[in-house]
Design a protein around this ligand. Structure first.
Ligand SMILES: [Cu+2]
Length: 153
């Protein structure tokens, strides 16, 4: 019996195409625009960390809410002037029927369940000090309150 050697050659040629051709930035234009800021705020029973943070007027602010606690928490600013509407991605938050307040109607609001992360993006238009807090019943009075300072750019 005759054995015929078979040689199978599989040549895999991976092609990696690097797309690193971003348009050359106009220096004058980029310096005039404030860089967006990303703030990671951890929520647990019953505090925010950090409890105070500072951003600038006209700056795109993204708050990433990390729930490190054992119950639902949210990040809410009830009174603040914004450019356009804030955009949030988070967990569904049941309306607080006791107060009749729907947090989703507030200027800045995002909720995160235990172990989850929510984010909300907004652009403040006026300098000032703005309170952020958790709207879950009893949480604000227990200490879930912080301060966002907005300064002139
Ligand atoms: Cu809370």
């Amino acid at each position: 019996m005759k054995k015929l050697p078979f040689l199978l050659l599989i040549a895999a040629v991976p092609l990696f195409v690097a797309c690193s051709q971003s348009p050359a930035p106009n220096i004058a234009a980029t310096t005039a625009i404030l860089a967006p800021v990303k703030l990671t705020i951890e929520a647990k029973e019953f505090s925010f960390s950090p409890a105070h943070t500072t951003v600038k007027v006209g700056q795109i602010v993204e708050v990433v809410l990390k729930n490190a606690g054992v119950t639902m928490h949210d990040f809410t600013i009830e009174k603040i002037k914004l450019k356009d509407k804030s955009v949030s991605h988070g967990d569904e938050h049941v309306m607080d029927t006791a107060s009749g307040m729907d947090p989703d109607q507030l200027p800045v609001h995002v909720a995160a369940a235990t172990g989850h992360v929510g984010d909300v993006t907004f652009t403040p238009t006026e300098a000032g000090e703005y309170e952020y807090y958790c709207t879950v019943a009893g949480h604000k009075v227990s200490g879930m309150v912080g301060k966002l300072t907005v300064v002139a750019p």
